[in-house]
Ligand binder design. Structure first.
Ligand SMILES: *Cc1c(COP(=O)(O)O)cnc(C)c1O
Length: 462
């Protein structure tokens, strides 16, 4: 009997088929947008696919290629401007295939050494962008959510170590209303409370507002307070908090200062906006998602610590069968010591290969292109009588309204364009002075998007 892991002629054909698909997909810069279907409709077309005897690779693959993949939206479509899209480089996607094929366990240097070396080379560049001092370093995670959680846990453990009394308190952290939803859910996961600070007139968290909030806390709440989470580019609007003045307050109040730059972190490599991040070099920890604006395939986040030893205290796992990995022969950097996950793929490898191949300057250019597209979109919006900017673009996010439209109009327009394969642009909400409005939003990541794409999309709103 053949085992599942052996190869015969038919699997060779299937292998070639799959490789051909992968190569075609990687080289196709403008795939079909894909249209969503209900689960029961998909089931009606392909039938049950997991059976006792298997349906065969050829059949399963063709179903995926011809039906199921078409019911997805490729994140790298140049007219996918919703949420935070992505645009992994070809080099990075190719190396994602290699990362799978190489079968490396990325938790410990003993098993992953050479691969972790590559990840660390890429990490060294990320850390250099932040301006954090010597001794700062980080590790790749599954995304911003895991990076934020890892950082907050490290912060809480450091706070508990500081004073015996702190162990008795339920921890409390402060963030702003523009913070990503994952900050709130991760506080829930770690059973910490959250206080949300109002923003200033420019919709940013500032030291002044932060200090105000801290001064108004009760005695016990002040004791429970261990960290502040600022945002380096809000997901909805691209707004960067006033990091420097927030850092001042954190220093004065002896609080852990975390900057969530999951989306905006890419812009640290863009000289035209780098000044907006002044103060980030004073953070205790920073989240950056290479799978957003650093052209990595999913999933790749990063958490960086000013003092990486503090993260080790919080995250290093102990277990009888794990001790060997910390032995003499295994001396080296163990990524599992610095974030919540043990077994991990070398998810920083695709980024490393692409950086090694292209050099960092190409990254700067591609990120600047996203910023330029946002400015161009703003110009086109201002010139169109039926449209109006809600605010000047921040980073690569553009918020705008179609005069006279109701929330239903935005929704219908989104669905129509998606169905027609034109674009995926989704509405969002913008709240100002307690007034909440449904509006439209672009987020530019993909350097293959062009001015014509923007023009065509805006024209469809007439
Ligand atoms: C996207 C995002 C997150 C969540 O990151 P995932 O990679 O989706 O887990 C957190 N914070 C900010 C600011 C984000 O933009």
């Amino acid at each position: 009997m053949k085992s599942m892991h052996s190869i015969d002629i038919s699997t060779v054909e299937m292998t070639l088929d799959i490789m051909k698909y992968a190569i075609n997909r990687i080289s196709n810069t403008s795939p079909d947008l894909g249209s969503p279907k209900k689960e029961e409709d998909l089931l009606a077309i392909v039938g049950e696919t997991v059976t006792k005897d298997g349906i065969g690779g050829e059949k399963a693959f063709h179903m995926f290629r011809d039906v199921l993949a078409k019911a997805t939206v490729p994140v790298d479509h140049p007219r996918h401007l919703a949420f935070v899209p992505a645009a992994p480089t070809k080099a990075a996607v190719l190396f994602d295939l290699v990362t799978s094929a190489a079968s490396i366990h990325g938790a410990y240097w003993m098993t992953g050494g050479g691969g972790i070396f590559c990840e660390n080379q890429a990490m060294k560049w990320l850390v250099s962008l932040t301006g954090l001092p010597e001794g700062a370093f980080g590790v790749f995670t599954s995304g911003g959510t895991a990076a934020n959680l890892s950082a907050m846990i490290a912060a809480r453990e450091a706070w508990r170590e500081k004073e015996e009394e702190n162990k008795a308190f339920k921890a409390l952290l402060i963030t702003s209303s523009g913070a990503h939803s994952s900050v709130k859910s991760m506080a829930n996961v770690m059973d910490a409370d959250i206080v949300i600070v109002d923003d200033d007139d420019e919709d940013r968290l500032t030291g002044k507002w932060l200090q105000n909030t801290i001064d108004n806390l009760g005695v016990i709440d002040r004791k429970r307070l261990f960290a502040v989470v600022a945002t380096g580019g809000t997901t909805n609007a691209g707004i960067i908090d006033e990091l420097d003045s927030v850092a001042d307050v954190c220093k004065k109040e002896n609080l852990w200062f975390h900057v969530d730059a999951a989306y905006g972190g890419g812009a640290l490599a863009a000289p035209s906006v780098r000044d907006l991040f002044i103060g980030i070099e004073r953070a205790d920890s920073i989240t950056i998602d290479p799978h957003k604006w650093m052209f990595s395939p999913y999933d790749c986040g990063a958490v960086i610590y000013k003092d990486i030893e503090l993260a080790k205290n919080a995250h290093s796992q102990k277990g009888a069968y794990l001790d060997i990995f910390k032995d003499e022969g295994a001396q080296g950097f163990n990524p599992s010591d610095y974030q919540i996950q043990l077994t991990r793929r070398l998810r920083g490898l695709p980024l490393w290969f692409s950086l090694a191949m292209h050099g960092t300057q190409k990254y700067t250019e591609a990120i600047e292109r996203g910023l330029e597209l946002a400015q161009n979109a703003a110009k086109q919006i201002e010139a169109a009588p039926h449209l109006e900017l809600v605010r000047e673009p921040s980073l690569s996010c553009v918020l705008f309204r179609r005069k006279g439209w109701s929330p239903d109009d935005y929704r219908d327009w989104t669905y129509e364009n998606h169905k027609a394969g034109l674009a995926l642009v989704t509405p969002t909400k913008w709240t100002k002075n307690e007034h909440s409005e449904t509006i439209s939003r672009f987020c530019f990541i993909n350097p293959d998007t062009d001015e014509e794409d923007i023009k065509e999309i805006l024209a469809s709103m007439e």
